[in-house]
Design a binder for this molecule. Structure first.
Ligand code: HEM
Length: 317
């Protein structure tokens, strides 16, 4: 073989190796190995949301909490065992993260048609997208090919998922640590257009803060007393809590953000103008949200030969 041909062969082998240990996510990853995947996810999500509309919100939040802790690797789905401590009981998730049974149901259906092929991390990414879409939000193409973690980190979940008591600078730096900008923070926080939050997490806001509409504070106090009622729920979006729209931003402009971390996005700071623009331009918000979800979904995936395809999303194989 001529030296040049030899070089070309060597380079192709090298690039092949690089491809398969450090592969990229791709849109058509399961096109031949599991063509029914997206329909299966969509059907299960449709019946889950028919049963309880909040579940779409809960699964969207699960995906965010998965991606913020060592990447979108399905780590949040692992159960604690006698010898394994996972992320489910980290402070931001304990008695709060929900929707695991729906992911189990999707996984069972997917396994029935495509045995040991599709990762739990990819199922969660698709289910989150479908929840948004089925509640009236945008759709997007989910890049696929994630593999599942064999480990989880409760410490990382405690330290890397933002708190509802955080200020804008903390939120911005926590998002920046994941490769996301302050604008990504603002548009992804628009996920709070759906779902519910507990009294214990917004009590100080409604009793102590000044950047709040007084009628809104009074209304929330009726079901969130100064003491007790910690787990009583309130909608994150006062106007349309089960529809994915831009009303969250209208709330912020009206000083009706439920959490401190919501209202800091509109509190005479750097994000005010973007919040105002989303509050009046629904199409821009929905479009930017879809793009930011794709960005979120690309955080540090395990690909190629890293990780595994879990058989049961709750357990390492
Ligand atoms: C920016 C920082 C964020 C903070 C501090 C935050 C905090 C919270 C808190 C405290 C709750 C209520 C939990 C409970 O009461 O049990 C919540 C709910 C929720 N969060 Fe966030 N979140 C943030 C960003 C996001 C992002 C980026 C997404 C998704 C893209 C998201 C999606 C949701 C959804 C959909 C719910 C409602 C869940 C349900 O009803 O079960 N959040 N968030």
């Amino acid at each position: 073989m001529a030296p040049f041909t030899k070089l070309c062969v060597a380079l192709s082998i090298l690039s092949l190796l690089a491809c398969c240990t450090n592969a990229q996510l791709v849109n058509n990853f399961y096109a031949t190995t599991c063509p029914s995947l997206e329909t299966t996810v969509r059907n299960t999500m449709t019946s889950a949301i028919k049963n309880e509309s909040r579940i779409g919100a809960s699964i969207l939040r699960l995906f965010f909490h998965d991606c913020f802790v060592n990447g979108c690797d399905g780590s949040i789905l692992l159960d604690d065992t006698a010898t394994f401590t996972g992320e489910k009981n980290a402070a931001p998730n304990r008695n709060s993260a929900r929707g695991f049974e729906v992911i189990d149901a999707i996984k069972t259906s997917v396994e029935a048609s495509c045995n040991a092929t599709v990762s739990c991390a990819d199922i969660l990414a698709l289910a989150a997208r479908d929840g948004v879409f089925l509640l009236g939000g945008p759709s997007w193409i989910v890049p696929l090919g994630r593999r599942d973690a064999r480990t989880a980190s409760q410490t990382a979940a405690n330290n890397q998922i933002p708190s509802p008591f955080s200020d804008l600078s903390t939120l911005t730096s926590m998002f920046s640590a994941k490769g996301l900008t302050a604008n990504d923070l603002t548009v992804l926080s628009g996920a709070h257009t759906i779902g519910q939050g507990e009294c214990r997490l917004f009590r100080t806001r409604i009793y102590n803060e000044t950047n709040i509409d007084p009628n809104f504070a009074t209304l929330r106090k009726t079901t969130c007393p100064l003491s007790g009622g910690d787990t009583n729920l309130a909608p994150l979006d006062t106007l349309t809590p089960t529809t994915f729209d831009n009303n969250y931003y209208k709330d912020l402009v009206a000083k009706k953000g439920l959490f401190h971390s919501d209202q800091v996005l509109f509190n005479n700071g750097s994000q005010d103008s973007l919040v105002t623009s989303y509050s009046t331009n629904s199409a821009t918000f929905l479009n930017d949200f879809a793009a930011a979800m794709i960005k979120l979904s690309r955080i540090s995936p395990l690909t190629g030969t890293n990780g595994e395809i879990r058989k049961n999303c709750r357990l390492v194989n």
